[in-house]
Design a binder for this molecule. Structure first.
Ligand code: ATR
Length: 280
């Protein structure tokens, strides 16, 4: 029940109406006895600074940040966690003693989802398709966890080169960029991650790999898309004998990580999954 002690956690983005975070967080808070509500706010880019000042004045405990504000919020925060610095984007902010600290839980969420499935990335070769924000978080997490090599394949080669350069700036010579058209020539990776929207509903016939690309021998094919729950890429992966994952786990683990940052509590995976599927 909402009362005078109820605290606020919020989300800013533009747009936010399709976000699954409010249903997921409110369900978890109810079930864990956290006297908080989670509200989404559609904030125009010009209003990002003002909204953060407002949160500070209201002593809001924390907030999530989504597209397109993940980079724009950074100058308004008092401290940035090293992982968020490496990714170059913040998706979770906590207020501690009046100071706003920015984190990025996307990369941590990605890694925890792998750990939960028993996948060890150390000394493995990873291929990431796409070079947007999700790619940066995945690449940073893989680099920090000791992969041997990360190849970023993207339609626009320059964007892949820019992400590779920013990773290499922190961890020398680990990341390489190629054009998406050239992945047939690449040595087979151990882990393949799709961060492009190819295959996402309603364009479920889309697939980021060309016909004839042989997936067999790849240990894990991880598609960050979660709608549909099995993309064409994942189906091809399963048919080739690979382990396949969709983006639901990353969504869940980044929320679990955000809640740990805000409240210092560990949300059971099963509860978070229930929140996502049945949230009310
Ligand atoms: P996010 O920030 O959520 O990761 P994004 O910035 O929209 O999403 O990035 C999506 C990635 O998918 C981009 O790298 C994009 O390639 P470009 O850099 O060339 O734009 C890639 N992408 C999107 N649509 C694509 C398509 N039809 N074919 C190939 N790549 C595509």
């Amino acid at each position: 029940m909402i009362n005078a002690s109820t605290g606020l956690i919020s989300l800013i983005g533009h747009p936010v109406e399709h976000s699954l975070s409010p249903q997921m967080h409110n369900y978890i808070y109810n079930h864990m006895g956290l006297n908080y509500v989670y509200m989404a706010f559609d904030v125009q880019p010009v209003d990002v600074g003002e909204s953060i000042k407002g949160f500070k004045a209201l002593k809001v405990k924390g907030f999530n940040v989504t597209v397109p504000h993940k980079e724009a919020v950074m100058p308004f925060l008092d401290h940035i966690d090293p992982m968020a610095e490496l990714v170059g984007a913040v998706n979770t902010v906590v207020s501690r003693d009046g100071m706003l600290i920015g984190y990025n839980t996307d990369g941590v969420g990605f890694m925890r989802s792998l750990e939960y499935r028993g996948v060890d990335v150390k000394n493995k070769k990873a291929l990431i398709l796409g070079a947007g924000g999700a790619c940066k978080a995945v690449a940073a997490a893989l680099a920090m966890r000791g992969v041997q090599r990360i190849t970023i394949a993207n339609r626009t080669l320059q964007k892949a080169e820019a992400v590779a350069a920013s990773i290499n700036h922190h961890i020398a010579a680990i990341a390489y960029a190629i054009s998406l058209d050239d992945i047939m020539q690449l040595e087979r990776p151990d882990i393949l991650v799709n961060t492009t929207p190819l295959g996402m509903w309603p364009y479920t016939d889309g697939c980021p790999i060309p016909d004839g690309y042989d997936l067999s021998g790849i240990e894990l094919v991880y598609d960050l898309i979660y709608n549909p729950e099995q993309t064409l890429l994942m189906k091809k992966a399963v048919d080739s004998g690979c382990q396949a994952m969709n983006g639901l786990d990353m969504l869940i683990w980044q929320a679990i990580e955000a809640i740990r940052i805000w409240f210092d509590v560990d949300v059971p995976y099963g509860l978070a999954m229930q929140a996502l599927k049945r949230g009310e």
